[in-house]
Ligand binder design. Structure first.
Ligand code: NAD
Length: 425
């Protein structure tokens, strides 16, 4: 039996629904390869817990807004649920469920003892003041309070949230508990128990897997990066630092191109000052669509889901795609890319650096101890390269794409946990 992917009535297909369809198709393929029975397939296709909440926010002018928030725990068989919190106007329960499911496979693939979760609030953070964002965050946390905790479910930053958001979550949870609980979130400021190396960890993992997949000197390798936020800007920086030529980047404000290579440190300064890459004078303007079609060695999507689809996949000329974002490539696009010989380092492998260092942060919190940056970096590198080697070996042995191999390993480990634990009652 294959997992039911609901029929596509155009009016009902939100980007979130598309992301969930992609996640279910990927699970279905892996389950087929692993020969999982129908019951287990259905269990793995279904979130363990989903909570939708209404979050009232008192605006500074006195108005009351009510926004929707979500927290989904997809699977907790291997350990506490773990996953980021997204603030984005387009987020919905389907998107959050897909992101939670990918977290389950990602943690299993990385070999860290977590299940998968995700949170989201359907709001544009740019439209709120700092005080309004704090009120929103504290109220959202209060609504999902029964679900989270250092041994239950541990949020972290994602699109539209940051260290400050995590500090508010840590404080709200701690005030309710009556004592400080740093291990309830990761990606916190250092002063509150954050880990050295967490800020750049997802981007560092993108760099590590990109270099491993390239298998040659990075000097002069051309790169285009979509998304210039926490993941994309630092991925561009770290790739430039080792000699790659980052020729194009984009963010929500626009895209810029320089054939000779962009000065990423300078561009980050410009984006921080002006609110985005648009208008950067030391490069040419580019359309969002053209960035995907540049003749580059490496393309790093690091924004949102569903940006490489059957509509543009055939025009992609990059030899290698390294997915900083979660779910940027649809299954239909995957088939076109595979047929064209484009290698894709999949999201659950390429961007696992973030959850790996989140895990290291949590371990330090649980022991009330902190490690030096060298130790964190070494552990991150070991876990990333270990997972990379397992995926590439399985792909070569069984004639799978890297995504298929990564899912077979991740889904297989979770399935094995269910088999060993059995069913209660
Ligand atoms: P962020 O909010 O810091 O940055 C998102 C970036 O994408 C911004 O620069 C935004 O302007 C840009 N963007 C939005 N729409 C765009 C568009 N249409 N075209 C081009 N750029 C666009 O978020 P982030 O934390 O960097 O997350 C980016 C991706 O990485 C997401 O898919 C997220 O789930 C994934 N991810 C993040 C982490 C993490 O540690 N933050 C870990 C793993 C995966």
């Amino acid at each position: 039996m294959s997992i039911m992917v609901p029929s596509k009535t155009p009016a009902l297909i939100t980007p979130g629904r598309q992301a969930l369809d992609s996640a279910l198709q990927q699970l279905d393929q892996a389950a087929e390869h692993l020969g999982l029975n129908d019951g287990l397939r259905t269990l793995l296709a279904t979130p363990r817990r989903s909570l939708t909440v209404s979050v009232p926010v008192r605006r500074e002018d006195g108005r009351l807004d009510v926004v929707q928030g979500f927290r989904v725990q997809h699977n907790v068989s291997r350990g506490p649920a773990k996953g980021g919190l997204r603030y984005h106007p387009g987020t919905d329960i389907h998107e959050v469920t897909a992101l939670a499911m990918w977290m389950t496979w990602k943690c299993a693939l990385a070999g860290i003892p977590y299940g998968g979760a995700k949170g989201g609030v359907a709001v544009d953070p740019a439209g709120l003041t700092t005080l309004e964002l704090e009120r929103l965050t504290r109220r959202y946390v209060n609504e999902i309070l029964p679900l989270i905790g250092p041994e239950k479910d541990i949020p972290a930053p994602d699109v539209g949230t940051d260290e400050q958001t995590m500090a508010w979550i840590m404080d709200t949870y701690s005030v309710n508990a009556g004592y400080s609980v740093p291990g309830v979130v990761t990606g916190k400021p250092m002063t509150l128990g954050g880990s050295l190396g967490r800020t750049g960890s997802t981007a560092r993992g993108v760099q590590i897997t990109a270099l491993a997949a390239l298998g040659r000197s990075p000097a002069g390798v051309t790169v285009a990066v979509q998304g210039f936020g926490k993941v994309g800007a630092l991925a561009a920086q770290y790739l430039a630092d080792v000699g790659c030529k980052v020729v194009a980047v984009s963010d929500a404000t626009g895209a810029v191109y320089s054939g000779g290579g962009l000065d990423i440190a300078r561009l980050r300064g410009w984006a921080a000052e002006s609110g985005g890459v648009r208008g950067y004078r030391l490069a040419d303007a580019l359309t969002h669509e053209d960035l995907f079609e540049l003749d580059v060695d490496v393309l790093v999507p690091a924004a949102l889901e569903g940006v490489i689809t059957e509509a543009n996949a055939a025009r992609i000329r990059a030899r290698l795609i390294v997915e900083g974002a979660n779910g940027p490539t649809t299954p239909e696009a995957d088939e076109i890319l595979a047929a064209n010989g484009t290698a894709v380092v999949p999201d659950i492998l390429a961007n696992a650096g973030g959850v790996i260092v989140s895990y290291l942060e949590w371990v330090q919190n649980m022991q009330s101890f902190s490690w030096g940056s060298g130790e964190v970096e070494l552990k991150l590198r070991d876990l990333m390269l270990g997972a990379f080697a397992e995926v590439t070996t399985l792909a070569a042995e069984r004639g799978l794409t890297l995504r298929q191999a990564a899912h077979v390993i991740g889904v297989g480990r979770v399935a094995e946990t269910h088999r060993l634990r059995g069913l209660y009652p």
